[in-house]
Ligand binder design. Structure first.
Ligand SMILES: NC(=O)c1ccc[n+]([C@@H]2O[C@H](COP(=O)([O-])OP(=O)(O)OC[C@H]3O[C@@H](n4cnc5c(N)ncnc54)[C@H](OP(=O)(O)O)[C@@H]3O)[C@@H](O)[C@H]2O)c1
Length: 241
């Protein structure tokens, strides 16, 4: 059975994605990887608890090997925007080293370690998309508004690391594709404090975004498994790097 691996599966968008798979693509086995409690387990869905440490992800890799998982799709949902002490910066004086390190760890390093954990499963025969949830604010070219130094930096760095990994994967697993996906502003805990200025019709439900993400990564004639990285928004448009 082909397998879909979802890292950061407690994310509201990830939960909607599991629901979408359950309703529209039940032919896949779904492996939810998360550091949070996970209550619902629909048919064909398995739950793997992790703290994203090297040891824990190594156990996950071994699990994939033991079950001879045939990867069809991997999505890494992990991301953080603020914590109890710090909101995104409005000015340089707001920079804080602890907040910076926490976001770089959650938004940049963790997704790369998740990618590292599935590497032993990838060969030239593997036909698989590997998507990380990025954000448009990670675009260096598209930065008109400024601010949000740490979150921007963490997603820009994520984009750079995935672009770099795509070059390596083109040599090691040529039928894979790395994708950075911007979901648009989506009604989740992450965006709650910033929703009031979102124009009407531009605050998406997790269900809508999950459907777009599924279609764009599974039924997209413009998306070729050719080793070239893609940086796409929720409607499938390319975002400038
Ligand atoms: N919502 C939006 O408007 C929006 C806009 C642009 C981009 N995004 C991106 O979309 C993705 C999903 O966002 P969401 O809105 O669904 O967020 P959410 O519901 O708040 O989910 C948070 C996610 O981040 C993970 N996470 C939290 N703290 C972490 C840490 N310290 N280390 C590693 N992982 C941690 C959680 O993983 P566990 O399952 O392990 O707990 C979960 O996957 C994020 O990458 C976010 O940056 C969202």
């Amino acid at each position: 059975m082909k397998t879909i691996v979802l890292f950061g599966a407690s994310s509201a968008i990830a939960k909607a994605y599991v629901e979408h798979l359950n309703n529209h693509a039940s032919q896949f086995k779904v492996l939810c990887v998360s550091s949070s409690e996970y209550s619902s387990t629909p048919t064909n869905t398995e739950y793997f608890s992790t703290d994203y440490s090297a040891q824990s992800l190594a156990i996950f890799t071994q699990h994939l090997k033991d079950t001879q998982a045939e990867l069809h799709q991997v999505i890494i949902f992990n991301g953080k925007l603020y914590n109890t002490q710090h909101m995104p910066e409005k000015k340089l004086e707001d920079l804080n080293a602890d907040y910076f390190n926490e976001l770089l760890n959650a938004n940049t390093l963790t997704p790369l370690l998740c990618l590292q954990s599935i590497l032993p499963l990838l060969t030239h025969k593997t036909q698989c998309t590997i998507t990380a949830l990025s954000a448009r604010v990670g675009s260096i070219n598209d930065n008109e508004l400024g601010g949000w130094y740490t979150y921007r930096a963490s997603k820009a760095a994520l984009n750079m690391l995935f672009k770099t990994a795509a070059i390596e994967l083109a040599r090691r697993a040529k039928n894979t594709k790395l994708i950075l996906f911007h979901p648009g502003t989506t009604d989740t805990e992450l965006s709650k404090p910033f929703q009031k200025n979102v124009p009407a019709g531009k605050l998406f439900t997790p269900e809508f975004v999950a459907g777009q993400l599924f279609e764009l990564t599974n039924n997209n004639p413009d998306l070729k498994l050719n080793g070239e990285p893609a940086y796409l928004d929720w409607q499938g448009s390319n975002i400038p790097w």
